[in-house]
Structures are given as C-alpha cells and as structure tokens.
Design a protein around this ligand. Structure first.
Ligand code: PLP
Length: 404
C-alpha cells in the first residue's frame, strides 16, 4: 500500500498531480474547485488588490463562469474597458435581483414595463416594496406613459424590448432618450431579443441582462443569468451583491452553457427562419384568429421592429385560436411531440399557454385587456426541419378546428 510519491505512505487524502501531457485538451476544462490555494499571504494580498490574477473562493468567481461571461460579452459588444465585463449569475432572476438590489436603496423608485417577465413583475410589485423600493408599471410602447410614471425618487428604468406574451415592441429610442434626459439608469432585459436581435449597449442601455437559460444556452438543461454594466462602479455594486447574496453559478452549469453557446448562431438563424414560415402557416389556417409576429406587416409595431431589430424578428410568435379552452386542449393533445412547457429558447419548439400558466393569477378580464384568451398560445420556435413542424402544426390546428 506504500506510494513512493508520498514518501512510502499510502495516499487517500492528498491530491494526486494531474498527469502531464504535451498535447492540450481541445475542450475548456471543467473546474469544480470551490477553493484555490495561493503560495503565501503576500500572494493573496496581490490577488485581492488586483496586482495578480487568481481565484480564491468559488462564490467570488471561477474560471468556467469567466469563460462563459467573455463569450457573451463578445456577442453583446459594447464596452471594452477592463472592469466592464459581464457577470454570470445562478439564474436570469438572480441577474435581475443582483441588478436591482445592487443599484437601488430604500426610498428609490423603478419605472418598469407593464408586460415584463412574470417574476420580474412580482419582484417589483410584491417583494421590493418590503425593503422600501417601489415601482410603477407603464406601457413601454408609449414613451409618454413611461415618462408620466417617473417620480422624483425614480432611479432606474427596467424594460424588455419584446413584451411577453403579446410581442409588442418597446419604443427603445424614446426610452433611451428619456433615460438620458432624466439621468436614469436604463436596464434592458435582452432575453427575448438576444444580442443578435438588439445590440442593447449600442442603443444606449446602461445595464444588460440575459436569462442564459433560454436561447443562449439553448437546451433547457441549465438555469443561468448574465448581467453587464457600462459603468465600472455599477458593475462592482452588482458583482458584490451577487456574491454576498450567494447568487453565483455552478461551474458545471457554466460549462454546459458554454457548450450550448457554440451553436447559438446557427440555432438562432434556423429558429428565426422557421418562425417566419410557421407564422404564415398559422395566418393561413382557419382555426387561427390572429398571429402576432413582429416580422409580419400586420403586427402593430412592425415598423418599429424593423428599425430596432435589423431584420432579426426572432423565434417567438404568438397565436390566438378561434374558440377557447376546448380548442386549446385539442391543439396540445394533437401535438404531443411539441413540448407543452412554460419556457422558451429550447433547441426544440415549445408551446406555452399563458392563461393557465404565466398569466393564471390575472382575472379573465385582466387577461382580456392584454388580448390573452383561452385560445392564446405563445410558440417558441425551435430548430426542427421545417417540414416536420408544418406537418405537426397542420395536424394540431386541424384538430382544434374540428372541436365544435
Ligand atoms: C426566463 C426569463 C427570466 C428569468 O430567467 P431564469 O433563468 O428562469 O431565472 C427573466 N427575464 C426574461 C425575459 C425571461 O424570459
């Protein structure tokens, strides 16, 4: 049982050196270490004071998060100075949390879009008020409504470019000007649009957020977020909040997301192309009352989308079936191969039904005001061969139409 490397002692505890190799691994190594061993206290001083690069403790940062952040930074473009790099967080919601709690204090006020991601709305209306931060929600397609919601305590605007689930397009030029004129921090949750659809920093965002869980990682097998701020002081405040609240991501999830990101370009192009084709199929089918897709000329914000998205209309579309719950049930039952699941951005197509999921807490009248009926579906179009999607959806829509 004696081991010459350990002076003849058996070794079960001390880490064995990793085998040397003159050839290097092609794939990014997965580094799960929670702690890092420095040579001496002087070296630790150098690390903490920024004179030397080095990791200390996994919650404060680790290589797999940094590799992923750099990749998303390069997609987002924008600021390139040291101290402006993106931060990976444990989920999209932790990116929202770290941003709002990092940049705001008790007494501050937020103006937010009125059709943001459901949990962001909940955080602003139910959670932040307990800590003295209040919010007013306003329609981001109407910059006058956003302006009217500003109070002397307002510090920050939180918007998504494409609203969920009705896919209206925010007046981003107007909102950017409003933020500049009034000295407010403009935070853009760019999840739906992705860095391809909307170059947020170039268009004046101060802080950009992603749920990496969605299109960027793209395979519904990791939950992660990303946040990047233009101002290094704001970046540090968000970073410290992320670390203090323990919102940091696991190396494994970062490694998985990096793997997904290699094909983001191809997945996005393919899914977007499929979405355009499916939008027309839906529009032509007698079971469908309305198709909501920014790339269609009948979309209420089509011209604005054209100016903001540079032809990247995205992979998200919504439809309103004629009829209600019975037709909705028939559609999902007739297409069991299309996942009926409340998410978006998966490599495969997923369907969600806001009336029974994201918007179930609203009254039927509240939903009707948003145009969300029992026959309303949001479709996150994936990368299947388009002929397969056409076949599945024709069959499912025929089944919905057959309900009497
Ligand atoms: C999903 C989503 C989030 C939250 O992301 P998680 O990774 O699920 O925490 C935030 N904003 C938008 C627009 C989203 O779609």
């Amino acid at each position: 049982m004696s081991d010459p490397e350990f002076g003849g002692h058996p070794n079960l505890v001390r880490r064995t050196a990793f085998p040397a190799s003159v050839s290097r691994a092609v794939v990014t190594p997965l580094q799960p270490s929670v702690v890092y061993s420095s040579p001496d206290p002087d070296a630790l001083d150098d690390q903490y004071e920024g004179r030397a690069a080095g990791y200390t403790y996994g919650r404060e940062g680790h290589p797999n998060a940094d590799v992923l952040a750099k990749m998303i930074d390069s997609l987002e473009g924008g600021p390139t100075e040291a101290g402006q790099g993106g931060i990976i967080t444990g989920s999209g919601m932790s990116a929202v949390t770290a941003t709002l709690l990092g940049l705001l204090s008790s007494g501050d006020h937020i103006v937010g879009g009125n059709q943001l991601y459901g949990r962001s709305l909940r955080m602003m209306t139910q959670d932040l008020p307990r800590w003295g931060i209040t919010s007013t929600l306003a329609d981001p397609t109407d910059v006058a409504a956003m302006e009217a919601a500003i109070t002397p305590a307002t510090k920050l605007l939180l918007v998504e470019v494409v609203s969920n689930p009705t896919l209206r397009i925010a007046d981003m030029d107007g909102i950017e000007k409003l933020a500049r004129d009034r000295g407010l921090i403009l935070v853009v949750d760019n999840t739906f649009t992705t860095p391809y659809g909307f170059p947020a920093f170039t268009r004046g965002a101060d802080v950009v957020i992603h749920s990496v869980t969605k299109l960027l990682a793209g395979h519904s097998d990791v939950t992660l977020g990303y946040v990047r701020a233009r101002d290094p002081a704001q970046r540090n405040a968000i970073y410290d909040t992320n670390v203090t609240l323990g919102l940091t991501p696991s190396p494994w999830d970062c490694w998985m997301a990096e793997r997904g990101l290699y094909t983001f370009d191809m997945r996005f192009q393919r899914a977007q192309e499929n979405a355009g084709t499916l939008a027309q199929l839906f529009a032509d089918h007698p079971a469908v009352d309305a198709v909501l897709y920014p790339g269609r000329s009948d979309h209420p914000d089509h011209n604005r989308a054209g100016a903001l998205l540079d032809g990247n209309w995205g992979n998200m579309l919504s439809i309103r079936l004629k009829g209600g719950r019975a037709q909705a049930n028939a559609l999902t039952r007739a297409a069991p191969q299309v996942a009926f699941a409340p998410t978006l951005g998966d490599v495969g197509t997923t369907l969600s039904h806001p009336a029974s999921s994201s918007h179930r807490a609203l009254t039927p009248d509240g939903r009707a005001a948003l145009g969300i009926t029992e026959g309303f579906f949001r479709v996150s179009v994936g990368c299947e061969p388009i002929s397969l999607l056409e076949q599945d959806f024709r069959f499912a829509l025929d089944a919905a139409a057959a309900v009497t």
